[in-house]
Design a protein around this ligand. Structure first.
Ligand SMILES: Cc1cc2nc3c(=O)[nH]c(=O)nc-3n(C[C@H](O)[C@H](O)[C@H](O)COP(=O)(O)O)c2cc1C
Length: 415
C-alpha cells in the first residue's frame, strides 16, 4: 500500500460519530493520511477541533468558506471539488439514515453530499442507526441503490444500541472499517464509479446458426466473460447495453438485455444501438460461418450429409467503420496457437483500439471456465492480464480501456 495516500473521512450526525476518531487513528496507523469532512449535525456531537488536532488538517464542513471571494485574497479554488478530485477514497463513519437517503437521491446541500457527487474515488459507507431506522424499507432501498452504483457498504453488526434497543444498526468495528478501506484500494476498479455517464455496449455468448429448425452450428462460449464485464461496468456507474447470444446465465441487475441468436441478429442489434455507446466491448464468440441454406423441415438421417457454409458479416469491422469518433472499440480473440502473433494481426486487421486475446487451448481458463488469462493489446503495448477470475479480469480490462482513452486524450491535447 503506498504511504500517505489521502483518505477523506466523512462524519455524519449519529451517536457513533465519536467512533470516527478511532477510525481516523487506525487509518493513520495503516499509513494513510486522513482528512475529515463533517456534516453540521456531526458538529453537534463532536468538535471539529478534535479531528483537526489528530489529523493536522483543517476540517471541512461548509460549502461556503469564509474567505472565498473576499476582496484582497487569492481565490484558492472550490474546496469540495478539490477534495473530491484529490482523495483516494471517501469513507463515511457513521453514515446516518438521512445521509444515506441524500446520497441515494443525489441531494447535494452541504459539503459532504456535494463532494460525494463530485468524486470518482471509491466510496465506503459504515452505517449506524436505531434498529427500526436500519430495517425501514426506505433505508434498505436507498442502500440497494447505492450498492448498485458501486458504493461499498460495511454492514453494521447487531447488539446493544445507544438508543437502548438491541438489534441491527450498530456501527461495524473500527478495524473492520479500516480493513474495508485498505481492501477497496487494493482492488482498483472494484468500487469505483469512474464509468458514470458512459454507455457501454457489450456483446456476450456464442451465436448459433441454424442447420434446420432444431439444430444449429454453435461454439463453446459460455458468455461468462461478457456478463462479468457487463456487471462490472454497471457497478462502476455505466449504463450497460448487453447484446447477448444464448447463455445459461442470468443478466446482471441494471443492464439492458438485448437477446439475439444469430450473427445477423447480433449485427443488427449492435449497429442499431452503436450511436449511443461511448465504449464497445465485443466479447461474444461470433460464428465466422453460417449454413448457406438451412432446411425448413427437420433433417432425417439418410446417409452422409454435406453442409455448405458461407462466411458471416464482419461485425467488428463494421463497428469500427461506423462508430462516432469518440467511441472506443475493444475486440476479443480466442486463439489456440501463436496467440500473441495472431492477436496482434487481428488487432491491425480490424482497426480496433484494443484487443483482448485469450489462449483457449487449455482447460483451466477460457471457454466455460470461471477463470481467464490473456493479454490486452493496443497498437503500442502488450499488457499481460494475469490468470484470475473472469470478474477480476473484467475490472482490469475496464481499467486498461479507460487508461487507453485517457492516454489518447492527453496525446490529442499535446498536439
Ligand atoms: C441524540 C441523537 C442521536 C442520533 N443518532 C443517530 C444515529 O445513530 N443514526 C442516524 O441515522 N441518525 C441519528 N440521529 C438523527 C440524525 O442526527 C438526523 O437525522 C440528522 O439530520 C442527520 O444529519 P446528517 O445526515 O447531515 O449528519 C440522531 C439524532 C439525535 C438527536
Amino acid at each position: 500500500m503506498p504511504e500517505q495516500l489521502k483518505i477523506t473521512v466523512g462524519v455524519a450526525g449519529g451517536i457513533a460519530a465519536y467512533k470516527a476518531v478511532e477510525v481516523v487513528r487506525q487509518l493513520q496507523d495503516a499509513g494513510f493520511d486522513p482528512h475529515v469532512v463533517m456534516t453540521s449535525a456531526a458538529e453537534r456531537f463532536l468538535q471539529p477541533l478534535t479531528f483537526a488536532a489528530i489529523t493536522g488538517h483543517k476540517v471541512l464542513s461548509s460549502l461556503w468558506s469564509e474567505d472565498a471571494g473576499a476582496s484582497g485574497g487569492e481565490f484558492s479554488g472550490i474546496d469540495h471539488i478539490n477534495e473530491a478530485q484529490t482523495t483516494s477514497a471517501l469513507v463515511i463513519v457513521p453514515a446516518t439514515a438521512d445521509l444515506i437517503a441524500k446520497l441515494a437521491h443525489g441531494i447535494a446541500d452541504d459539503f459532504l453530499t456535494t463532494m460525494y457527487l463530485a468524486t470518482t474515488a471509491p466510496v465506503i459507507l459504515a452505517p449506524a442507526m436505531n434498529v427500526n431506522m436500519w430495517l425501514h424499507p426506505a433505508t434498505q432501498a436507498n442502500l440497494e441503490t447505492l450498492r448498485e452504483r458501486g458504493v461499498r457498504i460495511v454492514e453494521p453488526g447487531a447488539g446493544y444500541l445507544a438508543c437502548g434497543m438491541v438489534g441491527g444498526g450498530r456501527l461495524a468495528e473500527e478495524s473492520t472499517i479500516v480493513a474495508a478501506v485498505s481492501e477497496t484500494l487494493a482492488n482498483p476498479g472494484a468500487y469505483r464509479s469512474d464509468l458514470t455517464g458512459e454507455t457501454v455496449l457489450i456483446t456476450a455468448g456464442g451465436t448459433r446458426e441454424p442447420i434446420d429448425p432444431v439444430r444449429y452450428v454453435g461454439n463453446r462460449s459460455s458468455g461468462k466473460m461478457g456478463y462479468a464485464l457487463a456487471a462490472k461496468a454497471r457497478r462502476r456507474g455505466a449504463r450497460v447495453l448487453l447484446v447477448s447470444a444464448p447463455t445459461a446465465l442470468e443478466a446482471p441487475a441494471g443492464c439492458e438485455l438485448l437477446s439475439v441468436i444469430t450473427v445477423e441478429e447480433m449485427r443488427s442489434a449492435v449497429l442499431d444501438r452503436l450511436p449511443e455507446a461511448s465504449l464497445v466491448i465485443m466479447a461474444a464468440a461470433v460464428s465466422d460461418y453460417r449454413v448457406a441454406r438451412p432446411a425448413s423441415e427437420k433433417l432425417r438421417r439418410k446417409g452422409p450429409l454435406t453442409l455448405e457454409l458461407e462466411p458471416t458479416e464482419d461485425i467488428l469491422r463494421e463497428i469500427v467503420e461506423r462508430r462516432a469518433s469518440g467511441t472506443t472499440v475493444i475486440g476479443f480473440a480466442a486463439e489456440t496457437e501463436q496467440v500473441l502473433d495472431n492477436g496482434r494481426a487481428k488487432l491491425e486487421r480490424k482497426g480496433v483500439d484494443a484487443l483482448v486475446v485469450n489462449d483457449v487451448s487449455g482447460t483451466e481458463t477460457g471457454f466455460d471456465s470461471d477463470r481467464n488469462a490473456g493479454w490486452f493489446l493496443t497498437p503500442g503495448e502488450t499488457i499481460e492480464l494475469p490468470e484470475s477470475t473472469k470478474t477480476a479480469m473484467a475490472d482490469r480490462i475496464l481499467d486498461h480501456a479507460l487508461a487507453l482513452r485517457m492516454h489518447r486524450y492527453e496525446m490529442k491535447q499535446a498536439n
